[in-house]
Design a protein around this ligand. Structure first.
Ligand SMILES: [Cu+2]
Length: 264
């Protein structure tokens, strides 16, 4: 089982002990690339009561671009896991979110930088971390979670989204075409770039009710990110240069557009 003295884990990883509340349980996740993205990272989950502190350090992300990131999976005992290239069921060379959701399950928590962390904030990219110029993302947030999350923390996985298939430093339609979730979004913006499971989860966690796929669970009959695209306060807007993050006051009309390269 992956539970170890939290302070020891942070010591071993070189992460600041101050980030860790005393008396909590810590779980480590190694993020492994999907879609040949070259992305990788380390996640520490620290649980103290119903306070979950999530710390992510990842690299190989698309510089200057926001990365949607979530805890995926089920807190009801269904067994999900990280996908691999064989889950590219339409064999177009891209593991898209719909294909991957069969394995990693729906969004349980959106790992936003502020505001709510509901699944409906899954594509609230103005509240998602932006990679620095070297493609590094550092994220830390403490979230109040439900008892179901406390009891099933080992059944959840961290997934970060956003790839740069044509290596031009931005999300655009030339790299991988349109997202299957929303034709207005590039596939590069929504495809998963990495995924990681809690270490030792397969040993310590016995799924209830056996293995189910995302497609088979009732909550997965609606594509989560497609739903979020409509609910999110922010959309990706295509520009001449590629993709920009457009803030909206209403559900329809962008009122301000930022170029993604502006974030340092
Ligand atoms: Cu996700």
């Amino acid at each position: 089982m992956a539970t170890v003295p939290a302070a020891a884990v942070f010591l071993a990883l070189g992460l600041p002990g101050a980030a860790l509340a005393e008396g909590g349980k810590a779980y480590q996740i190694d993020l492994a690339q999907l879609n040949d993205s070259g992305s990788r990272g380390t996640v520490m989950l620290n649980l103290k009561g119903n306070q979950l502190t999530v710390r992510i350090e990842s690299e190989g992300m698309v510089p200057g671009q926001p990365s949607a990131q979530h805890l995926h999976g089920s807190t009801k005992g269904h067994d999900f896991h990280c996908p691999d290239a064989s889950d590219d069921t339409n064999r177009d060379g891209i593991l898209n979110n719909t294909e991957a959701t069969v394995d990693y399950g729906d969004i349980n928590i959106s790992l936003t930088t502020s505001g709510d962390t509901k699944a409906t904030s899954g594509l609230a990219v103005e509240r998602m971390p932006v990679a620095d110029k070297k493609g590094k993302v550092v994220y830390e947030r403490t979230i109040t979670v439900g008892q179901d999350v406390v009891e099933h923390i080992k059944d959840l996985h961290v997934v970060q989204h956003g790839i740069d298939r044509n290596k031009n430093g931005k999300y655009d339609f030339d790299g991988a075409g349109k997202s299957e979730l929303d034709p207005k979004l590039p596939q590069e913006a929504t495809a998963p770039t990495n995924c990681g499971e809690v270490k030792g989860a397969a040993v310590g966690s016995v799924p209830v009710g056996g293995i189910e796929t995302g497609g088979g669970s009732p909550q997965s009959t609606v594509l989560p990110m497609a739903v979020m695209a409509g609910a999110a306060a922010v959309v990706y807007a295509a520009t001449a240069g590629g993709i920009a993050v457009a803030r909206k006051r209403t559900a329809v009309v962008p009122v301000r557009t930022e170029t993604p390269g502006g974030a340092a």
